[in-house]
Design a protein around this ligand. Structure first.
Ligand SMILES: [Cu+2]
Length: 408
């Protein structure tokens, strides 16, 4: 079999396969249509969504390009046969494409920065968030400058130094000075950036607590697919919990033998007083979730069996942010930033940053976790807790009985 014949046979075979595939799909489509005779009109929009449609479009485009290529080749061969100079200088075409790519690419960068840049988060609403933003901006400025300069050189040189019969390439294999510059400069810049990152990270996670401005403790528990928020109550301490104590009534497994737990309050939203440090205690009931407060630049995993802690200070109230963003509907949120299952998208809650006075009014309205059912479960007297001292005295006997019951 001659090569030409072989190629022709192969092409025919490929075409036959394609036609068969398409015909089969059509047959299936017809069968389906016949089966659903009572169904309303077939939506032609579906045709444009099928894979076969896009494969055929792709093949048609390939065929079109191949035909143009062949036509140009025929034109060039005919000029060559007539002894005329070659019509198209491909080196110049490719070099011009490089130059065009540079211009379009740089415009694309400008477009990205202006259009998508405007969609970035507003300025950080927390103290440490400003440091993170500064670092982000500095890194962005440095990398953008390097990106633009290197790409102008890359594409510019390809254009300027395209092949020319009048010019011979200069052989320049090595230069120590250049090697030193492009090794030492990036190394220094990266060292500065990494050190800055390390020091900022350390300043966020290793804070010395100010005894005169103790942080407000808030415990957040993640589970598929919701968040539970626990406030510490009057004592300012979020009490212990133990997963073994989890029941239908005690869904967080709070240990009410711990006096600190008894005045703990539940909340449906997170309300924070502005300018006051907040200590988030993050835990998880099932899988790893990621607690994320984008506007405060707070993000940390919640890990089952572990308490992770993030301390930060909100600096702008929700009302101030509504003014700043010119959006009366603006709301701070916290959400899950780790794909944790089918209902992941649903894991978000509103955060309200308010004045100290508003916070006090709000927190006074919140209910305690401890209710009559739980009191019975933990053998606690069914009476409202007045203060930690009172309850401690009243419950000392009850706690002992309860411990005995639990130890059984
Ligand atoms: Cu999630």
């Amino acid at each position: 079999m001659s090569l030409r014949k072989f190629i022709t046979n192969k092409t025919t075979a490929a075409l036959a396969v394609l036609i068969t595939v398409f015909a089969n799909t059509s047959v299936f489509a017809q069968d389906a249509a016949a089966g659903a005779a009572a169904a309303p009109k077939v939506d032609m929009g579906e045709v444009y969504k099928s894979v076969i449609f896009y494969i055929l479009v792709f093949l048609a485009v390939c065929l079109f390009i191949a035909i143009i290529g062949k036509a140009i080749k025929v034109y060039e061969l005919s000029r060559e046969a007539q002894g005329k100079p070659v019509g198209i200088n491909w080196n110049r075409v490719h070099a011009s494409l490089f130059a065009l790519f540079l211009v379009i690419g740089l415009y694309g960068v400008y477009w990205e920065y202006t259009v998508h840049g405007a969609m970035l988060l507003p300025d950080a609403a927390s103290e440490h968030g400003k440091k993170i933003d500064e670092m982000f901006n500095l890194t962005l400025i440095i990398t953008t400058i390097v990106f633009v300069v290197t790409h102008i050189l890359l594409f510019g040189f390809s254009y300027i130094y395209k092949y020319s019969a009048k010019r011979k390439a200069y052989y320049y294999p090595h230069n120590n000075t250049i090697e030193k510059i492009w090794t030492i400069v990036p190394a220094l810049v990266l060292t500065v950036l990494v050190l800055m990152g390390f020091l900022t990270w350390r300043s966020i996670f290793f804070k010395v607590e100010d005894p005169n401005n103790k942080p407000l403790q808030i415990e957040v528990t993640s589970e598929q697919f919701k968040w539970s928020i626990r406030y510490p109550g009057a004592d300012g301490i979020v009490g212990n919990k133990n997963y073994k104590l989890t029941t239908a009534t005690n869904t967080l497994g709070i240990d009410f033998k711990d006096i600190n737990s008894r005045d703990d309050e539940m909340a449906d939203e997170m309300v924070l007083p502005v300018g006051k440090p907040v200590k988030l205690i993050l835990t998880s009931k099932d899988v790893i979730h990621s607690f994320y407060m984008p506007h405060f630049r707070v993000q940390l995993n919640t890990v089952p069996g572990m308490r992770t802690i993030f301390e930060f200070t909100p600096t702008k109230t929700t009302a101030e942010m509504q003014q700043e963003t010119n959006d009366p509907n603006f709301k701070y949120l916290f959400l899950c930033a780790k794909i944790c299952g089918a209902g992941h998208y649903n894991m978000q809650k509103v955060v309200r940053v308010v004045s100290e006075a508003e916070y006090k009014t709000w927190i006074a309205e919140q209910k305690t976790y401890l209710n009559d059912d739980l009191r019975k479960q933990f053998n606690l007297p069914v009476a409202p807790v007045k203060s930690v001292a009172d309850s401690a005295a009243a419950d000392s006997v009850a706690v002992k009985t309860n411990q005995m019951a639990l130890n059984k």
